[in-house]
Design a protein around this ligand. Structure first.
Ligand SMILES: Nc1ncnc2c1ncn2[C@@H]1O[C@H](COP(=O)(O)OP(=O)(O)OP(=O)(O)O)[C@@H](O)[C@H]1O
Ligand SMILES: [Mg+2]
Length: 320
């Protein structure tokens, strides 16, 4: 059994104009010890998938179907008290998108990390402070910085503090949502290095969300591609980059110059993703797909294992 098994998960947001089907039947496994990169254009449901797993959806968001198994337990069925006590922050945690700007400005960063420890473990304050300093060291920030306020730190340091906070209770699984997007290129490389290093040192299982395929190529073992609330492809990094099966993945990989080359947005796929209030029938990518056939606008392609460990949801792959 994989450490995380997401099974036909559907998460919708209620809005005045109807339900936004942000995650609409996603099945995805993350193996123990794997670093999985999750990519897809803005608005395809990456953050919603993560927030569903960590059970921190906004008020109008609901899991309306499917399950999330963590270490064989369906965590969507746990009462919130049990989930909070045994899972969130303890066994699994998350670095939120844009979180480095969410540190509380009036508290020293060491105290904020210590607070995260004290919230979930019964330890003395001094011990929590000591651990906060250790955690800062672990993410490559001078422990003396524990007494700094957030505004005294650079963006890269603040992001490291957020990573330290996510690690405060020794989780085995961590989701990092666009952890380097807001940083400049040199600092991006440094923070990625920290993430890689932590993975090795702590044996973490990880889901790294990014719209930047070069980050996945540099950091991850596996890759999963989402489009308009659906998973369209899943495989190893080599599968996805060397032999992408889904035309959407092919478009993304085609718009991605080279692993070491300049980073750029996914711009080579004409058109834009559909409105998730009323996604198109059949394959959601068909209006933009250069290979669309009749069936693509009528029936949704199932996610099938085309080669061992390499799955795609595309009628071109089905049976072929
Ligand atoms: N609270 C909300 N209420 C209504 N719709 C929402 C809410 N949050 C997100 N959405 C919608 O759900 C869809 C998925 O959003 P989500 O934030 O999960 O995408 P994403 O892949 O993380 O995008 P990005 O790359 O921009 O971070 C989008 O259509 C978005 O507009
Ligand atoms: Mg997001």
């Amino acid at each position: 059994m994989p450490l995380l098994h997401i099974d036909h998960l559907k998460t919708y947001y209620k809005t005045l104009r109807g339900d936004v089907k942000a995650v609409d039947g996603v099945t995805l496994d993350v193996e123990k010890g794997e670093a999985l990169g999750l990519a897809g254009e803005s608005g395809c449901g990456k953050t919603t998938l993560a927030l569903s797993v960590i059970r921190l959806l906004p008020d109008n968001g609901r899991i309306v179907g499917g399950s999330v198994f963590f270490d064989s337990t369906d965590i969507t069925k746990l009462d919130s008290e049990t989930y909070r006590k045994e899972y969130r922050w303890k066994r699994m945690s998350m670095v939120f998108q844009g979180a480095m700007n969410a540190l509380t400005p009036v508290y020293r960063v060491g105290d904020q990390i210590a607070e995260a420890i004290l919230c979930h473990e019964e330890v003395e304050e001094d011990e929590a402070r000591g651990r906060a300093r250790e955690l800062l060291g672990l993410v490559g920030v001078d422990p003396e910085r524990a007494s700094s306020y957030p505004h005294e730190l650079s963006g890269g340091m603040r992001q490291r503090v957020m990573i330290a906070m996510a690690l405060a209770n020794n989780p085995e699984f961590i989701i990092a949502d666009e952890p380097i997007t807001a940083l400049d290129v040199i600092v991006q490389a440094q923070v990625l290095h920290v993430i890689n290093d932590l993975r090795r040192k702590l044996g973490l299982t990880m889901m790294l969300i990014t719209h930047d395929l070069s980050v996945i190529a540099e950091t991850c073992d596996g890759a999963a591609i989402m489009y308009a609330g659906k998973l369209v492809e899943r495989g190893t990094v080599i599968d996805i980059f060397k032999r992408p099966l889904h035309p959407y993945t092919q478009g993304l990989v085609g718009s991605f110059p080279s692993i070491r080359g300049a980073r750029k947005e996914m711009e080579s796929i004409p058109g834009s993703p559909p409105n998730l209030l009323q996604p198109p029938p059949g394959c959601r990518f068909h209006p933009r797909c250069p290979h669309a056939m009749d069936i693509c606008s009528r029936e949704e392609p199932p996610l099938v294992e085309v080669e061992p460990g390499h799955l795609a949801a595309c009628w071109l792959c089905e049976g072929g």
